[in-house]
Write a protein that binds this ligand. Structure first.
Ligand code: TYM
Length: 337
């Protein structure tokens, strides 16, 4: 019996990872490493959809590896790799795109949002983005995919594509478990709690994992709150609700319990405590990150080993997929003489 397979990815975009990436995804990755066979990767091909500067993407990819390890991803227990080191991903993405309906891909909310943002001028890469994501997941026959809420729809598409492929060509792919909501699945922007905290938006509403403690404190203290003084998670208090969620996920204390603790104490005390907890959470991450960045040879060897382990699984999947869909295998090269 194999241990359950876990896979997830993160894009090396923005100026680093943010609090939502940690609470919604990476903290769970770190916690799953003992009981599962884990694959975690930097989705640099997905990052290309934002058209980053080449040097910046390269640097961010390397820094992202260090950041992931600093946040607790452990390459001695998990396979850590860079997506573009495995050309099998876009190959499977292409094959799956031939099973994806145009309308189906058009209904992805992340794509629709980007269409709105780009006024209909977005790239084909943004359109096929979820299909490549499905390929990432199915390649490793993942049983579970720890992600934040914004990726839920892409996981549903992945399950649909796996089912369609299996039905058409015979049982090939494991269906990853549907997304199960967890605390911290949707951390909101501190300045605009109607939208999620995001690497690509940044600004004072985003707490970067590597922010200086004084910056974290300032951002949290100036988080938008509502009029009134009561620390309660109610629909008309999205800012306070978001901070309560953060505090609850970081400390492990229930939201109800926290509401009781801050009864009659106002927002000031509350925000100071949230800031202190987040600073404490990331202090060791900042330290470890600096150590890891000082040893680029180590990061290179982690990625080389990760790619080698990932390749074993990816090759196995692709040999089967190519055969099932009817691609002619290349003839073995003739021996000279
Ligand atoms: P990305 O890089 O946008 O985000 C990485 C992970 O962080 C989660 N996340 C959040 N969770 C809670 N609150 C937030 N404000 C918040 N912001 C981000 C995301 O849900 C995600 O889990 N498409 C993916 C990368 C990807 C991938 C994959 C993931 C490519 N292939 C295969 C899983 C499996 C993405 O853009 O993540």
């Amino acid at each position: 019996m194999r241990r359950p397979r876990v896979l997830s990815g993160i894009r090396p975009t923005g100026q680093g990872f943010q609090l939502g990436n940690y609470l919604g995804a990476v903290q769970h990755w770190a916690a799953m490493q003992d009981d599962n066979e884990c694959f975690f990767f930097l989705a640099d091909l997905h990052a290309l959809t934002a058209n980053p500067q080449p040097e910046q993407l390269r640097a961010r990819t390397r820094e992202s590896v260090a950041e992931l390890l600093a946040m607790g991803v452990d390459p001695s227990r998990s396979t850590v790799f860079v997506q573009s080191h495995l050309p099998q991903h876009p190959e499977l993405g292409w094959i799956l795109s031939c099973l994806t309906g145009f309308g189906e891909a058009s209904r992805m909310t992340q794509f629709k949002d980007s269409q709105q943002r780009d006024k209909g001028e977005g790239s084909v890469g943004l359109f096929t983005y979820p299909v490549l994501q499905a390929a990432d997941i199915l390649m490793y026959q993942a049983d579970a995919v720890p992600i934040g809420e914004d990726q839920r729809q892409h996981l549903e598409l992945t399950r649909d594509l796996a089912q369609r492929f299996n039905h058409r060509y015979g049982d090939t792919f494991v269906l990853p478990a549907p997304y199960a909501g967890r605390a911290g699945e949707r951390i909101k922007d501190l300045q605009d709690p109607s939208r999620k905290m995001s690497k690509s938006i940044g600004g004072n509403g985003t707490v970067w994992v590597l922010d200086e403690p004084a910056v974290v404190t300032k951002k949290i203290r100036s988080a938008v709150t509502d009029t009134g003084r009561e620390v309660r998670a109610t629909g008309d208090k999205p800012g306070i609700t978001n901070l309560l969620t953060i505090l609850s996920v970081v400390t492990g204390d229930g939201v109800g319990e926290l509401e009781g603790r801050y009864e009659g104490r106002g927002y000031g005390d509350f925000k100071a405590d949230v800031a202190a907890e987040v600073v404490e959470l990331f202090a060791p991450v900042r330290e470890r990150y600096a150590e890891l960045m000082a040893d680029p040879g180590h990061l290179d060897s982690v990625l080389a080993q990760g790619a080698a382990s990932a390749r074993v699984v990816a090759d196995r999947t692709m040999t089967e997929v190519r055969e099932r869909v009817g691609l002619l295998p290349p003839a073995p090269a003739r021996q000279a003489g």
